[in-house]
Design a protein around this ligand. Structure first.
Ligand code: C2E
Ligand code: MG
Ligand code: MG
Ligand code: MG
Length: 288
């Protein structure tokens, strides 16, 4: 036990060390270069509905660093958020996602709705809606095919202005989801004030769903209350068939997780969509 803790402390130390000021400055320069060279990729993770059909995909950013390999977005997004680099990165993400969905439609595999994650800095900018409208115009993507994911924190910070922006998005026919739901401080009564369409239950509640009565109760409670408010529910982090079946029994609307499909390139997504229409049970095979 003590040894275990010692090791954790050491790992924490090295982690802190690699995230030192100079390391962050190097990463920041590398990010700048990646932005200029457009060295990012977007992967897409399928969302599957109760009937086993594609409900949409979530766009997830990937950065292959020239010497460090793949760097997780949970590591470089907070940095890009702190430096403001998130703005050009987000513009690239939005445009790429719209173009890729248009390509699916042209290839006879669409229309597919794509969910794009928003950063707080991006959402709170005065030019946010203008940039969004322009990207839809430039790419020709019908706005119903775009959905945006926001975390509870973004909405809590500046509720009045946030509600105005959400209303504008609704009038543009763009749907909005609350991401990682249950990890912030928002209550379901607060949800009724927001013009949103979907809540995504954070994967931390799905992880122990089968073995924790508490998590099972929380998940059922979120689903039932969200449905009463007219909201659609997505479960994140569905890894096993047992979790999937349990969530189906709880009337969860949509499922996302490695057990159904991992994030994949646009090329792989094309094959996935094609296989969905021919094979009725593609799940839990690619997993191991
Ligand atoms: P998120 O929006 O909650 O995205 C879901 C994350 O869960 C993704 O991690 C996905 O790969 C992972 N995931 C999906 N299914 C499972 C599962 O069954 N088990 C486990 N353990 N994980 C699963 P990823 O791609 O590393 O992204 C991490 C976070 O980085 C995202 O969390 C999102 O907050 C942020 N992010 C990713 N792309 C973008 C982007 O383009 N813009 C912004 N602003 N943030 C992004
Ligand atoms: Mg998300
Ligand atoms: Mg999420
Ligand atoms: Mg999450």
């Amino acid at each position: 036990k003590a040894k275990q803790q010692g090791r954790n402390a050491y790992e924490w130390f090295t982690e802190a060390f690699t995230d030192s000021v100079s390391e962050r400055m190097v990463l920041r320069n590398d990010l700048q270069e990646a932005i200029e060279r457009e060295a990012f990729q977007l992967h897409y993770q399928p969302l599957i509905d109760q009937r086993g059909q594609l409900a949409g995909v979530e766009a997830l950013l990937r950065w292959q660093h020239p010497s460090k390999g793949w760097i997780s977005p949970s590591r470089f997004i907070p940095l890009a958020e702190a430096t403001g680099q998130i703005i050009p990165i987000s513009e690239w993400v939005l445009k790429r996602a719209c173009l890729d969905m248009q390509a699916l439609t042209l290839g006879g595999l669409g229309p597919v709705q794509v969910a794009v994650n928003l950063s707080p800095l991006q959402f709170n900018r005065a030019s946010f809606l203008t940039t969004l409208r322009q990207t839809l115009l430039d790419t020709g993507l019908p706005p119903e095919q775009l959905s945006l994911e926001l975390t509870e924190g973004i909405l809590m910070d500046n509720t009045e202005a946030a509600i105005d922006t959400l209303q504008a998005l609704r009038s543009m026919q763009i749907s909005v989801s609350i991401d990682d739901f249950g990890t912030g401080f928002s209550s379901l009564s607060y949800l009724k004030l927001l013009p949103i369409s979907t809540v995504k239950i954070d994967r931390s509640f799905i992880r122990e769903l089968i073995h924790s009565g508490d998590d099972a109760a929380i998940v059922q409670g979120i689903i039932s209350m969200a449905h009463h408010l007219g909201l659609r529910v997505v479960a994140e982090g569905v890894e096993t068939e047992e979790q999937h079946l349990r969530l189906m029994a709880y009337q969860c609307d949509v499922f996302q997780g490695f057990g159904l499909a991992k994030p994949m390139s646009i090329e792989a997504l094309k094959n996935f969509i094609a296989s969905l229409s021919t094979d009725s049970s593609p799940y839990y095979e690619a997993n191991e």
